[in-house]
Design a protein around this ligand. Structure first.
Ligand SMILES: [Zn+2]
Length: 84
């Protein structure tokens, strides 16, 4: 059984799909039983997706802005992006 610390250490490899099937399975087992880690991974995935979108879209927010929280996170991420 992996510890929460080990999950955190492997989280980015998991999201990038860089783990072996066995390692990924061990993490899934842990996530199924551990609320803290499962929330942590969900947040990591969301941040990852948002970052990918920010990198792709260079236009003002459109319909995504209807979800206030989403827009807030997105604009926060955008501020962190270096200007080109
Ligand atoms: Zn855990």
């Amino acid at each position: 059984m992996l510890s929460c610390k080990e999950i955190a250490e492997r989280s980015s490899a998991l999201i990038d799909g860089e783990l072996s099937a066995w390692n990924a399975l061990q993490i899934r087992v842990h996530l199924a039983m551990c609320n803290g880690c499962s929330r942590f991974i969900a947040q990591m995935r969301m941040t990852d997706q948002l970052t990918a979108q920010v990198a792709r879209i260079d236009e003002p927010l459109q319909h995504e802005a209807e979800d206030g929280r989403f827009a807030e996170i997105l604009s926060m991420l955008r501020k962190d992006q270096p200007r080109r």
